[in-house]
Design a protein around this ligand. Structure first.
Ligand code: FAD
Length: 412
């Protein structure tokens, strides 16, 4: 199909989350004239998930403030919505997507934006009421109702979502215990300096930690959770338990359609799968990271936006966006954590700033190239670090370590 013909093509998007909703918006913004059908299995318009573990739990956000676009936008921009529609099958030969309702929708281009789901903890009692996960607005609403003054939250898994929920529980006057299998929180996603800093900060705010702790199951009464049982037999009581042990990509549709998957749908730099008519974007993808010369699965809003732009650009024959440095943020208490890059093969860490004052950054170098920066309440370090990672130019480590040298000068 020529770029001109593509303008009038029918694009079907499966998954009305951050990536899918953004892809519809970028298609229209870039001048797409053809039909757009957005299929989402939730009852809501595309919305942002980051506030779910933060502002939403604390009652500081409402449904409108979560929405990516107001309801009118979809009608005004001729985006046909199939909310509460579950895509069950792709027929690549006929170019159709079949919904659970039986409706078959024809596409010229298909964008898979099915995201990821919370990983389950397969232990006895995991099906008790009050054992929750946190991925959707409905999940967040359930958790919100279970939190409050003196309510005891047990979080299984010390990742970002779990720590943010613990901070929110404390802000609401409840108790929070974080139970982590590893010897430190954020073990999979942050360096040790950051893990220890966050654990200490949460500790000062009254969060209790159980590290190196396996969970054998949940105990309950009348069908409702009352406690978490550790592998060593101890039981801690709780009113609600949040299982936050990671996410699994929703890549089954693609796999069943014969597309390559490897912890996510394998795509190229245009977010295209091996089928030229099918793209995949967001948390569900295993994507190339050109700066690091490897494939990886990212779970972040900036990644969802970047790939939504890639797919919309490719469909409309426009040049794609410049490769971005992956980045992520997390808010806990008064802390703004910003991370840019990934510390692949880093052999040295430089800490700049004051960890005790909660204002510092950890830089990860591979030789004299910056691979990643983790910045706590340090936006200049994050911004300049992100630029340095993108530029791939050697960094003067002495200057980087010296807070009297401005980040502008380090990055010059
Ligand atoms: C609690 C929480 C806090 C977060 N905080 C941050 C943060 O601070 N910063 C950050 O960068 N990122 C954060 N993230 C991650 C970020 O929200 C995700 O990276 C982003 O939402 C990914 O967008 P997506 O469209 O790929 O997936 P999603 O937003 O999950 O959307 C996928 C949608 O597809 C639907 N779907 C799946 N299968 C089908 C099907 N077969 N048919 C129809 N629909 C289907 C799903 O139900 C879902 O609605 C957070 C995530 C969570 C859950």
């Amino acid at each position: 199909m020529s770029a001109e013909a593509n303008q009038n093509a029918c694009v079907v998007i499966v998954g009305a989350g951050h990536a899918g909703g953004s892809a519809a918006a970028f298609l229209r913004q870039y001048g797409h004239q053809g039909r757009i059908v957005l299929i989402g299995d939730e009852p809501l318009l595309p919305y942002q998930r980051p506030p779910l573990s933060k502002a939403w739990l604390k009652g500081e956000a409402d449904a409108d403030s979560l929405s990516l676009k107001p309801a009118d936008w979809y009608a005004d921009n001729n985006v046909s919505l199939r909310l509460e529609g579950v895509a069950e099958r792709i027929n690549r030969a006929e170019k159709t997507v079949t919904l659970a309702s039986g409706e078959a929708i024809a596409y010229d281009f298909l964008i898979l934006a099915t995201g990821a789901r919370a990983r389950a903890l397969p232990v006895p009692g995991a099906d008790l009421a009050g054992v929750l996960s946190l991925r959707t607005a409905a999940d967040a609403e359930r958790l919100k109702h279970a939190l409050g003054p003196d309510k005891r939250l047990a979080v299984i898994g010390g990742g970002y979502v779990g720590l943010e929920a613990a901070a929110s529980a404390r802000a609401l006057g409840g108790h929070a215990m974080v139970i982590e299998r590893e010897s430190r929180v954020l073990a999979r996603v942050a360096c040790e300096t950051l893990s220890l800093f966050f654990q200490d900060y949460h500790g000062k705010h009254g969060v209790v930690f159980e590290l190196n702790a396996g969970v054998a199951g949940f105990e309950g009464e009348n069908g409702h959770v009352t406690g978490v049982k550790f592998s060593d037999g101890r039981v801690v009581s709780c009113d609600v338990a949040l299982v936050g042990v990671g996410a699994v990509p929703n890549d089954e549709l693609a796999k069943d359609a014969g597309l390559a998957t490897a912890n996510g749908v394998v795509v190229d730099l245009e977010a295209r799968t091996e089928d030229p008519s099918i793209f995949a974007i967001g948390d569900v993808t295993h994507r190339p990271l050109p700066l690091y010369e490897r494939q990886f699965r990212l779970e972040s809003v900036p990644n969802a936006l970047e790939q939504a732009k890639q797919a919309a650009s490719a469909i409309l024959g426009r040049p794609g966006p410049a490769p971005e440095v992956p980045w992520f943020w997390s808010d806990q208490y008064d802390l703004k954590l910003q991370i840019a890059g990934l510390p692949f093969e880093a052999d040295r860490q430089i800490v700049r700033g004051d960890v005790a004052a909660a204002k510092f950054a950890v830089f990860h170098l591979k030789g004299d190239l910056l691979q990643a920066v983790e910045a706590v309440n340090a936006p200049p370090e994050f911004m300049a670090g992100k630029q340095l990672i993108a530029k791939r130019t050697p960094v003067d480590a002495d200057k980087l370590a010296d807070p009297s040298v401005s980040m502008k000068e380090v990055a010059a």
